[in-house]
Ligand binder design. Structure first.
Ligand SMILES: Cc1ncc(C[n+]2csc(CCOP(=O)(O)OP(=O)(O)O)c2C)c(N)n1
Ligand SMILES: [Mg+2]
Length: 893
């Protein structure tokens, strides 16, 4: 085809398009949107039948979801809100710049908040609900890196002092400072939700919204119109946790949940999708999952152009945009926009003929237009039956100008030179003189200024300042000792596992008048694994919809019962989701003033190793509750092998400072620990949470020995039995935990009978407790050299003992090594360092060298090293005990 004919064809096509569009417009005017929908559906069917393969798309065009005609009237004062926002912008920028002047490299982020200012300010002035008058308010997950803006607003509100602002990122400075990011642990009266480890905010927000429903359905709180808001970055959505649970939110129809994704099209290094379009991509993902999606892409000034464009080319051009190119429109200015965006089609060049380059440059992205943002939020809070996501297009580093607006380096920008500061000041109209500008001073108008008055009035009308963490719960009464007494008496010959004991304790707690309704059992599709299926029927599985079907096992006693007031959170196979539920339930004492007590039971191997960062976030949030690591221990879980056998979760739990950790062996230990846990967390209101391992090995559960104090069990170690062999020359102390305590007891018998070693047995319930207590005492001694030296608990109880010490457990050696120096004799440690194996229990214990014979042998070797016995005894023992000295090193194979 020659060029002339090509042009003709193009013209005809354009004409054809125009005719179709005009017809559609006619139908829209006369028949309304419903008729348009019908018609398009029929066209679609017709094309399909004619063999035209229309590609599936979950996308709508790249325009605002709410057309101008549907925008509600903006109720606020545009001008005053703009001024307030400018002040927040300035102070947020100044706090980062000043902090980096004081100490280079202290960090901080300017550009994230700069892009999100309108998104936050509209919410602060019109939507976020506070907690005044004992209301629960909204739960707001602020984007971690936007923290400077949130502080800057609190500064204007009079909640944060000049000094604190000055000490941003200097928390140890005199007078106190501000934490870099939202950390309730560090600022417990301010921040509620830690969000800076990206991806955790969104998933926690989803489960928070669902837990709010759970509390309502179980009548633990009143129904309210509280919302959960999660603000996140567009780059953040690449985290699997960010989008991994979105279908739960739509399935559960969580219309109390709003995601606001700040689509500044950039992350740290560069564009989120240079060659694509992140807004369209996210739209498809969320729409596909059943969310209500609201896009705010273009500011109001674009509406004028859209109305004037009859060629359809503006929409076409918008749809063609890829993000890498859009970024150029920010960085390269008006001329570039004219040439490259509008210049592609002659009709579009014509359309903007009367616009100056500067005017083109100033045309806003939707996320910077208060009226568009307001309209989106209004639509979101009124939407029924599905969660809403708002995809707001913004400019990263908005307002920074040459200093980094839209540039790839903008995320890391922390310093502004004098010219850049002046530019910022002038652009946002901050009354700071040229002389003062280089210092980047904070600026706050007087209390009776229109700005401060307006901002305070708005927050008052909305129920008080946010963010704000308030703890309003009343302590509860710990269940009485009698409830636990059956566990102190032993099972009298009956063999049961500590998992079964745990389930029995849980069942009793659930029946308790006081705490029963507060217990929240959480399982990631493992209730049957842990023998908890009787609870299905007894307390029901929570489902907002109730049970719409007859379960196949309806005739059985333990049928799968779902109910609106069900108590179990059966999360399905999502440890991250279950942990998020645990966090929502374990922090409800603060969020809702309800003392819910979560018990999250899971395969211990799929705990910290899998969701360690969420456990860290829980710790930061002062979360309470019990994490129960089931099928724990590297050698108790026969057959399962490398991916299932856990010998190190206790080591991982060491790393969480406020986590109390136990590896109990017996029913009475477990009962004492759980009761004390409830007491410490919910009566004494300590900011701790628990990790307890339970095992699936059956054995007789002994009675609480006379003379053993519960307090010793809690401190982490007590003497289980003293040797009756008082005259023997050789002395040993065996320390055992969990199921391996049974191996230790068998070892004692052999040592006493065959080797004439007087042997005492100690049960160690928590190496972590012993270790942290020792650290504390040693530190005290060091700080108080003139005072009487104190003894760590472990030293105190072993002080007068003689002989060698051997410790064995189903966990890695280093746990036991952590207490070695506090014992009066040499400690030999046996543990399970290495990859698990598919094998039987006995073979595994032999492989890892934690079985009876290895404990006996290690004890003899220790006595030999102390020169208490001869080498020949060892050589003989190897043979008698069946120690294979040529076997491979367990952690190398
Ligand atoms: C889990 C995790 N990984 C990496 C980081 C480091 N990090 C901080 S901000 C950032 C880029 C954020 O981009 P985006 O989510 O788009 O937010 P924006 O600042 O653009 O609003 C990165 C990689 C982090 N905070 N958390
Ligand atoms: Mg971004």
């Amino acid at each position: 085809m020659n060029d002339l004919r090509k042009n003709d064809a193009r013209e005809i096509e354009d004409l054809e398009t125009l005719e179709w569009l005009e017809s559609l417009e006619y139908v829209l005017q006369n028949g309304g949107p419903e008729r348009v929908r019908e018609l398009l559906h029929d066209l679609d069917t017709y094309a399909h039948e004619a063999g035209v393969d229309l590609p599936f798309t979950a996308n709508t065009p790249y325009v605002n979801s709410i057309p101008k005609e549907k925008q509600p009237k903006f109720p606020g004062g545009r001008e005053i809100e703009r001024r307030i926002k400018s002040l927040v912008r300035w102070n947020a920028m100044a706090m980062v710049v000043r902090a980096n002047k004081q100490e280079a490299g202290i960090g901080g982020h300017i550009s994230t908040y700069a892009s999100a200012a309108t998104l936050y300010e509209i919410a602060f002035n019109h939507f976020f609900k506070g907690k005044d008058n004992n209301s629960d308010g909204d739960q707001i997950y602020f984007q971690g890196h936007a923290a400077p803006g949130i502080y800057a607003r609190a500064y204007l509100e009079g909640r944060i002092t000049n000094g604190q602002l000055e000490n941003f990122r200097r928390e140890l400075a005199k007078g106190g400072g501000l934490s870099s990011y939202p950390h309730p642990w560090l600022m417990p009266k301010f921040w509620e939700f830690p969000t800076v480890s990206m991806g955790l905010g969104p998933i926690m927000a989803i489960y928070q919204a669902r837990f709010n429903r759970y509390l309502e359905d179980r009548t633990l709180i009143r129904k309210s119109d509280s919302k959960v808001w999660a603000f996140l970055g567009d780059g953040e959505t690449d985290e699997p946790e960010a989008l991994g649970a979105i279908s739960l939110a739509s399935r559960e129809k969580l219309d109390n949940l709003i995601f606001v994704i700040n689509c500044n099209l950039q992350r740290l290094d560069g564009p989120v999708r240079g060659n694509g379009n992140i807004i369209q991509e996210l739209e498809a993902v969320f729409r596909g999952a059943g969310w209500n999606v609201i896009k705010i892409i273009w500011g109001g000034d674009w509406d004028v152009l859209l109305e004037q464009d009859h060629s359809g080319n503006l929409l076409r051009r918008m749809n063609e945009s890829i993000d890498g190119e859009s970024q150029n429109y920010v960085v390269k200015g008006g001329k570039y926009i004219r040439d490259h965006f509008f210049g592609k089609y002659p009709e579009l060049s014509e359309l903007i003929e009367n616009y100056s380059d500067e005017a083109l440059e100033k045309m806003k992205r939707g996320g910077h237009d208060p009226e568009k943002v307001y309209a989106a939020y209004q639509a979101a809070i009124s939407h029924k039956g599905a969660p809403t996501v708002i995809l707001a297009r913004t400019v990263k580093g908005y307002g920074l100008g040459e200093a980094g607006e839209g540039k790839n380096i903008t995320h890391q920008q922390k310093k502004l030179n004098e010219e850049e500061l002046k530019h910022f000041r002038t652009r946002f109209g901050i009354p700071i003189s040229d002389e003062d500008i280089s210092k980047a001073p904070f600026y706050k108008p007087s209390e009776d200024s229109a700005e401060i008055k307006y901002l305070k009035e708005r927050r008052k009308a909305l129920g008080g300042y946010v963010p704000k963490r308030v703890v309003r719960n009343q302590p509860i009464q710990t269940p009485p000792e009698e409830m636990f007494e059956e566990f102190y008496t032993g099972t009298e010959g009956r063999e049961v596992s500590t998992t079964m004991v745990f389930v029995r304790i849980l069942t009793k707690l659930l029946k308790d008048k006081e705490v029963g309704k507060l217990i929240v059992p959480i399982v990631p599709d493992e209730a049957r694994t842990f023998g908890m299926e009787s609870l299905f029927r007894q307390i029901g599985i929570y489902s907002h919809k109730g049970q719409l079907y007859e379960p196949v096992d309806r005739d059985s006693l333990l049928y799968y019962k779902e109910a609106k007031n069900g108590q179990i959170l059966e999360e399905g196979i999502t440890e991250a989701g279950s942990m998020s539920s645990f966090i929502a339930a374990g922090t409800a004492y603060a969020t809702h003033a309800v003392n819910t007590i979560p018990f999250f039971i899971y395969y211990s191997m799929f705990g910290f190793q899998r969701i360690g960062d969420l456990a860290w976030a829980a710790a930061d949030m002062r979360c309470k509750g019990f994490l129960i690591g089931g099928t724990a221990g590297r050698t108790t879980l026969a057959g399962e092998g490398l991916q299932h056998q856990d010998g190190h979760s206790h080591l991982l739990s060491y790393s969480i400072p406020n986590m109390v950790t136990y590896d109990p062996a017996y029913a009475y230990e477990l009962a004492v620990i759980i009761r004390d846990g409830i007491y410490r967390m919910y009566e004494k209101q300590e900011n701790i949470f628990y990790y307890i391992t339970v095992m699936n090995e059956n054995y007789e559960q002994p009675a609480l020995p006379k003379g053993v104090k519960k307090e010793q069990i809690l401190k982490g170690m007590y003497k289980l039995s003293s040797s009756t062999k008082k005259t023997a020359k050789l002395k040993a102390h065996l320390l055992g935990s969990g199921t391996i305590l049974n191996e230790v007891i068998k070892a004692k018998d052999i040592l006493e009978k065959n080797y004439n070693v007087s042997t005492d047995v100690w049960s160690v319930t928590s190496y972590k407790n012993l270790h942290t207590n020792a650290l504390e005492i040693e530190r005290w001694n060091m700080m108080n050299p003139t005072k009487k030296t104190k003894l760590p608990y472990i030293s105190e109880i072993t002080n007068n003992e003689e002989g060698v010490f051997v410790a064995a457990s189903d966990y890695v050696q280093i746990l036991k090594d952590s207490v070695a120096k506090y014992l009066p004799g040499k400690l030999t440690t046996l543990g399970t360092f290495g990859f698990g194996r598919s094998e039987g229990r006995n073979e595994l214990r032999d492989f890892f060298e934690v079985d009876t014979k290895h404990i006996v042998y290690a004890t003899l070797y220790s006595l030999f090293k102390e020169k208490k016995i001869k080498a020949e005894v060892l050589t003989k023992a190897q043979k008698d005990l069946g120690i294979d000295t040529t076997k491979p090193i367990p952690w190398t194979v």
